[in-house]
Design a protein around this ligand. Structure first.
Ligand code: SDX
Length: 433
């Protein structure tokens, strides 16, 4: 088979390398096209069919609904692994052995202290501040308290990069718990710093421990949060991960790059959808529960309403994560004895949409955000914190992608454009200068 593609334009013929992925997908390398062809570039609004990089971290097949982290299926990892194991796998490429996992956990625990002055920053936010804006700001503020993590040199030393990575894995859960506790009027406490709590147990204790009370772990919540964080851990070159990579490509430090990724994730078309989904379910409930009315609104081009939590840029089949989360939502509510009408609304919407020609023709299925809020709600997390929980899960994926980009010495990201503005025109001044 030819290892090249040939592009014929206006009588010119340009040979372009044809690359092949591990799964046999073909990719045309166009980096030399402009030079070969005296200026021809390509455009792909929203990068719907354009690879921005080569990566070895996550593979997904949208048509078949396949998702793998470093070759392991999401179904196996979600049912058998711990979130910290999966974090290690994504970041360093292989599953840790017992000693490596213990060292990773202990190094993270050592780093789960945040400068006390960060509390002054949190206190300066109004109570109504959206937690994603608070988290993005606090993550960027970490650079002020960890100046050695922004120097350009450390990125080329794996040891120093490891130290920065465990710092972030240790501090982000504290920032998230403080953001949540500030909303509840709870004192901003630290993690137990005891090594006998796993990463997820520690997060739950930091978030929910009431002042002057012991926190009793609920294994149902530990297991379901562990599963949710694994399911959100990475998803190849989605909007927020691409943001982390392009910001990092300027040799920006890890903390500031992740802060940018948190801001990108906030958007309702991306991670912010999980909050929008619950608000949609509540609106339908308040409006009498007429799910067909909202299916019709979603199909009406004159109506700006979209069925949030449905559709995906890559999955043109059921999002494998949504399948697992839907089952987990049902099990958690049943185990906790919670009868939440919102779950019934979700199931009714899904059932109607999957039978509706509009959704079937466009291959619109539930995505990762459709059922996740039902679980967070059962855990007592408010809807404006759902995307913060998404960010907590996605942290190791962002870190893994940033680390890969830096170790591969990727060039700074700087796309071209199709200019359609004014051509040269003479300036005529009206001022008296
Ligand atoms: C995440 O990329 C990732 O991997 C992201 C993510 C991750 O893990 O990082 O998976 C997480 O962001 C999941 C997606 C969460 N967003 C939502 O649930 C918001 C609702 N969904 C949509 O807005 C939309 O489906 C997107 C943004 C997810 C995808 O948009 P695309 O790929 O740009 O597709 P499109 O908007 O061009 O839609 C194609 C057609 C259009 O209709 P036509 O012009 O062909 O008539 O499908 C329609 C759209 O109007 N459509 C919807 C719809 N989603 C698409 N119509 C109604 N409701 C919807 N939800």
């Amino acid at each position: 088979m030819s290892e090249k593609a040939t592009l014929n334009v206006n009588g010119g013929s340009y040979d372009l390398p044809l690359l092949k992925s591990s799964e046999g997908e073909l990719c045309i390398e166009i980096s030399k096209l402009r030079g070969q062809s005296n200026g021809i570039t390509t455009i792909d609004r929203g990068f719907k069919n354009t690879a921005s990089c080569e990566s070895k971290i996550t593979y997904l097949d949208g048509e078949k609904g396949i998702l793998r982290y470093r070759g392991y299926s999401i179904e196996e990892l979600a049912s058998k692994a711990s979130f910290l194991e999966v974090s290690y796998l994504l970041i360093f490429g292989e599953l840790p052995d017992k000693d490596e996992l213990e060292k990773f956990h202990n190094d993270i625990v050592e780093q789960s202290i945040v400068a006390d002055d960060i509390k002054k920053i949190i206190d300066a936010f109004p109570g109504a501040a959206h937690p994603m804006g608070v988290l993005s700001s606090l993550t960027s503020a970490l650079t002020a308290f960890n100046p050695d993590d922004i120097s350009l040199d450390y990125a080329r030393s794996k040891e120093e990069m490891y130290n920065t990575i465990v710092k972030l894995m240790g501090k982000i859960p504290v920032l998230i718990s403080w953001t949540f506790r500030k909303k509840n009027g709870f004192p901003l406490e630290y993690s137990s710093k005891t090594r006998n709590l796993d990463y997820v147990e520690n997060i739950l204790q930091m978030m929910f421990k009431r002042p002057n009370e012991d926190y009793v772990q609920n294994t149902v919540l530990v297991d379901v949060l562990n599963k949710l964080l694994i399911l959100h851990a990475d998803h190849e070159q989605n909007c927020s991960t691409s943001t982390v990579r392009i910001v990092g490509s300027a040799q920006t430090g890890l903390f500031a790059s992740i802060s940018a990724g948190i801001s990108a994730l906030w958007g309702p078309l991306h991670g912010g959808a999980n909050q929008a989904v619950l608000e949609m379910f509540n609106a339908i409930k308040e409006d009498g529960g007429d799910t067909q009315k909202y299916i019709n609104k979603a199909k009406d081009k004159e109506d700006p309403f979209r069925l949030m939590g449905f559709g995906h840029r890559v999955y043109k089949n059921y999002d494998p994560r949504a399948k697992i989360i839907k089952e987990a939502a049902h099990n958690v509510l049943e185990t906790l004895g919670i009868d939440d009408p919102v779950l019934e609304i979700a199931k009714a919407l899904e059932e109607k949409a999957l039978k509706d020609k509009y959704f079937v023709d466009r291959k619109l299925y539930p995505n990762v955000d459709f059922y996740s809020g039902v679980i967070y709600r059962a855990m007592g997390i408010p809807s404006d914190m759902y995307t913060v929980m998404f960010a907590l899960g996605r942290l190791p994926g962002w870190i893994a992608q940033w680390r890969e980009m830096r170790l591969m010495n990727e060039p700074i990201g700087r796309p071209r454009q199709l200019y359609t503005g004014s051509t040269l025109r003479k300036f005529k001044s009206i001022s008296k200068r």
